[in-house]
Design a protein around this ligand. Structure first.
Ligand code: ASN
Length: 351
């Protein structure tokens, strides 16, 4: 593996101070040229790296401004590069705020692609003292050229995670991402020590899923709403939040997927949405969760109404998957059924 292609999309990594707060503006190309071979003796794992190319997307964004259309721009940039350089590893530099949504979205849309894709960013700008930018970029490039990543992965704070399994776990810690329901694909050792690869390091598994789309339709902005339950929510409030009806709802419920079943009109509001053709998914507010509707009476009523649990998917994976499946033309019951089938390793097989 002699080369890597880097796609820069924005995020704190390339930001500089301004009177309005952090904005894109750092000399990322110059910084990368100084960081990666041949200008520096290669960092461990990069001995075979001979050349790097860089493309920047327009406009560079804070990832809080990302939309499904932004995911599609990245998909197209990756595909365009892969068409001319088949199999060449790709690293994506991205803001951390919605990086886990993007990594899940890319893992569905790029499932089956030969080239490994590793996404990263940083908590501090590359020019800030003690920044995590250098360690994260070197780690992402090392993972990308390792020959061991299948599909899309996310590297951050010493962990390599499957793209569809990651979640942002801290707004400030350098260990900013976690994979609560799947082991990391690899962990870095300290000071150049060898990485520890997990046995299922190919678990991003994009090329292996029989249900993957080989030529998916592009992401577009579909009306998917994420709603949180909280003690005291009323049926009237939930009904109002669902009017007009979205194409899909992800209800972030309690524990294994419980909602307040004693609350008049609340289960009925969910059932009404499903009858009208909206797919209703039940996720959990727990950081680490497997949704099991029907385990308690409080989850059973909505399951009988046709709501479908998101199993052990992260919210990010479930949201991006709902957007992906809607973009493929699925709706209602077909969408609900497809949610339970893995596309790119985002979901554990049912035990
Ligand atoms: N707001 C930034 C972003 O997501 C946060 C970061 O990159 N650390 O673009």
């Amino acid at each position: 593996m002699g080369s890597v292609h880097i796609i820069y999309t924005g995020g704190t990594i390339g930001m500089v101070d301004s009177p309005q707060g952090l904005v894109p503006g750092a000399d990322l190309a110059g910084w990368l040229a100084g960081l990666l071979p041949p200008s520096r003796p290669p960092a461990p794992g990069l001995e075979a790296l001979e050349s790097t190319s860089l493309a920047a997307l327009e406009p560079l964004i804070d990832s809080s401004n990302a939309t499904p259309e932004s995911w599609q721009s990245i998909v197209e940039a990756v595909r365009a590069h892969a068409a001319d350089h088949p199999g060449e590893p790709i690293v994506i530099l991205h803001g951390t705020d919605t990086m886990a949504y993007t990594s899940a979205a890319l893992s569905y849309a790029l499932a089956g692609m030969e080239a490994p894709v590793v996404i990263t960013g940083s908590q501090l700008p590359l020019g800030a003292e003690g920044s995590d930018a250098e360690a994260n970029v070197l780690g992402a490039v090392r993972a990308a050229v390792s020959g061991r990543v299948i599909g899309v992965a996310l590297f951050f704070g010493g962990l390599l995670l499957a793209g569809g399994r990651a979640t942002k776990s801290s707004s400030w810690d350098f260990a900013g991402f976690a994979s609560p329901m799947a082991p990391p694909l690899a962990r870095t050792g300290s000071d150049g020590a060898p990485w520890e690869w997990s046995e299922n390091h190919g678990a991003s598994g994009a090329s292996t899923s029989p249900t993957a789309w080989t030529e998916p339709r592009p992401y577009a902005r579909h009306d998917v709403v994420v709603l949180d339950m909280a003690p005291g929510i009323t049926g009237a409030r939930l009904s109002a939040l669902l009017d007009p009806l979205p194409e899909a709802v992800i209800l972030r419920a309690f524990g294994v997927g419980n909602v307040p079943s004693d609350e008049p009109g609340l289960t009925e509001a969910i059932a009404r949405a499903i009858r009208a053709g909206t797919a209703v998914f039940v996720a959990s507010q727990c950081h680490q969760a497997e949704v099991l509707l029907g385990h308690y009476a409080t989850g059973d009523a909505i399951a009988r109404a046709g709501a479908v649990g998101t199993a052990d998917m992260t919210l990010e994976a479930a949201y991006a998957k709902a957007q992906f499946l809607l973009a493929q033309g699925l709706a209602g019951t077909a969408l609900a059924e497809a949610m339970g089938r893995p596309i790119a390793g985002e979901l554990s097989p049912r035990r």
